[in-house]
Design a protein around this ligand. Structure first.
Ligand code: 9YT
Length: 132
């Protein structure tokens, strides 16, 4: 069994801030934990515009705080985001997240993020295998 607290993750190499400063993600479970998924708490700044595209990963996002807008950029469909809303990127959809107020989201990735990923110019994470 693994037990972790936010305090053990904050300001470590599991606590990642995006280059543009718009989001911060605490990687609670990573590929190195060998359970087949990663689990993150992401906070995104109010008023920011964020384009994501996880071409190599499926992601579920559960919004626990904040409100805003999600756009599926494959068909321009727009969804309201509020606490208790989940979106599942089961088709690797390129998408845009625009928080009206700061959002806090719980995110699950399969395959797991290893922790070394940075977005490329398309907002894509490469697929990085954890060392065996
Ligand atoms: C909202 C969202 O896509 N969060 C993904 C996790 C975060 N970008 C991370 O941990 O890299």
């Amino acid at each position: 069994m693994i037990v972790r607290t936010t305090d053990e993750i904050t300001d470590t190499d599991r606590d990642i801030t995006s280059e543009d400063g718009n989001w911060r993600s605490k990687r609670i479970v990573l590929g190195g934990d060998k359970v087949g998924f990663s689990f993150h708490e992401t906070t995104i700044k109010a008023g920011s515009v964020n384009i994501f595209h996880y071409a190599n990963h499926v992601e579920a996002v559960w919004l626990v705080e904040g409100t805003g807008k999600l756009t599926d950029l494959t068909n321009d469909k727009v969804y309201d985001l509020a606490p208790g809303t989940m979106y599942l990127l089961n088709g690797h959809e390129k998408h845009k997240v625009e928080p009206d107020t700061q959002m806090r989201m719980l995110c699950v990735f399969n395959p797991p993020v290893t922790g070394r990923e940075v977005h490329d110019e398309n907002g894509v994470y490469p697929l990085i295998e954890s060392p065996a």
